[in-house]
Unconditional design. Structure first.
Length: 459
């Protein structure tokens, strides 16, 4: 089915961050948009306000009439939806064209120049930075992002004229294999999603195949020192980047007084005096990669410098909820050991000498089983850790796998405990810290407002 032939689109799992961005795209195209999700959320509420028709029960009768014609309705689903989902079974048995979210994004990269960001971590912030730079520049861009940008309050940016689309390239379920990027960043290849891939070798091979999908005449910007071997087509230019070395890197880095500045060293022209709008050290590398994409797309030095300073960040990515001289509370989506290490090191650098407490909600039984020792090692970088119960998401419990695996492997001598999410507010009330960091990709974020309210009198 061609995009021009579509009169209605139905989303099975419409409330997902990636799915909702595509729903917004079709709403803007004037197409009827319907969808199912398991639970209401801020995202589904906003989509309802924007014109989508959404329900929260597996019920074929609640599918909008416009979405019941197999000749004109495209069905899009997320891999997190089980194969026996009643509505998905209905669409399959009645001849509807059904595509994964990534397939639709792949179609868009055929008609637009895809600027894609792949990697185990750093994808959302890097792609959001790149989208912000281009949106604020004379180039413009479309963007499908994995987080809600604070600058725009959305995960979707539209341009009627720009030939570029910024896409967060997700490796889960090999989704990014549907894309054909014009230029791509690969931020990291620390093994993850081993419930899908099985082995680290298969995970790395998936990234190698992804690199082969970059269009001839395109660009690969890859972090230095990754285990993967790129396999680009003839005519693809490959560059490296990192904080301290590579074709793109930073020099004259200055961190202090709540600010971070540096010079970008780039084969497309150096840019001095870059100031980070979200001044955490991990954003130096994220910014380098985003600016590399922006330079490839044609943004000027002045446009890049101004946009980097005005970038306000992404919800749940190093997200400050409270920030005073007495008390700091921030949340971060980090849910992989390498992300957690980066996040904690950034906090320790920003708040040297302060008492830092981390509350971590593990995400998935399989990820906990595969990486509990690495989680414990990363969390042990601070002296006060609470490990919450595992957030299961799409998984069933695995015998012998619980938050205790991480707890038992935390280094001796630190203050540590375990709690359920129902008890997390009591943990916060006990205090004993100057800086609180909540980490995880589950529903810990639902407690952010209540945690903030508890800490405000202490600030």
């Amino acid at each position: 089915m061609k995009l021009n032939d579509i009169k209605a689109v139905y989303f099975v799992g419409i409330g997902g961050i990636g799915m909702s961005a595509i729903a917004r795209y079709f709403l803007h195209q004037g197409v009827v948009v319907g969808g199912y999700d398991k639970t209401p959320s801020d995202l589904t509420e906003k989509l309802l306000q924007e014109g989508a028709q959404i329900h929260y029960e597996e019920d074929i009768k609640q599918i909008p009439q416009d979405c019941c014609d197999a000749k004109s309705c495209l069905v899009i689903y997320t891999p997190a939806i089980p194969a026996n989902h009643k509505e998905l079974v209905f669409f399959r048995t009645n001849g509807f064209e059904i595509q994964k979210r990534a397939q639709v994004l792949g179609t868009l990269t055929h008609s637009l120049k895809g600027l894609c960001v792949a990697g185990t971590h750093g994808k959302t912030t890097t792609s959001s930075m790149a989208a912000h730079i281009l949106h604020q520049s004379s180039i413009g861009c479309n963007a499908f992002l994995g987080g809600i940008t604070k600058n725009y309050g959305t995960n979707y940016i539209l341009s009627e004229k720009s030939p570029f689309v910024v896409i967060e390239a997700d490796e889960f379920d090999r989704s990014f294999h549907w894309l054909t990027p014009f230029a791509s960043v690969i931020t990291a290849t620390d093994a993850d999603h081993l419930d899908i891939y099985g082995t680290e070798e298969a995970y790395l091979e998936s990234f190698r195949h992804y690199s082969s999908l970059i269009q001839p005449g395109g660009y690969l910007i890859i972090h230095t020192g990754l285990k993967m071997q790129a396999a680009v087509q003839e005519g693809v230019k490959t560059y490296t980047y990192s904080r301290e070395n590579g074709d793109f890197h930073a020099e004259q880095v200055k961190i202090g007084n709540g600010e971070i500045t540096f010079d970008l060293i780039s084969p497309f022209g150096n840019i001095p005096d870059i100031k980070l709008g979200v001044p955490v050290s991990v954003n130096i590398e994220n910014g380098i990669a985003a600016m590399a994409l922006a330079q490839i797309a044609g943004a000027t030095k002045e446009e890049i410098r101004e946009a980097m300073a005005s970038f306000s960040g992404v919800d749940r990515r190093f997200d400050f909820h409270l920030k005073t001289d007495k008390m700091v509370y921030l949340s971060d989506y980090a849910h992989h050991p390498a992300e957690i290490r980066q996040s904690i090191l950034s906090v320790k650098q920003l708040y040297e000498g302060k008492r830092i407490k981390v509350i971590f909600q593990p995400h998935l039984y399989t990820r906990t089983r595969d990486f509990y020792q690495e989680f414990a090692e990363a969390l042990s970088l601070v002296d006060d850790v609470t490990v919450m119960d595992i957030y299961p998401a799409r998984e069933q419990p695995i015998p012998g796998v619980s938050n205790k695996l991480i707890y038992d492997n935390l280094r001796s001598g630190i203050k540590k405990d375990m709690c359920s999410k129902e008890d997390v507010l009591e943990v916060v009330k006990r205090g004993g810290f100057d800086v609180l960091v909540t980490l995880g990709a589950g529903d810990i974020e639902n407690y952010a407002e209540k945690i903030t309210n508890i800490l405000k009198p202490l600030a």
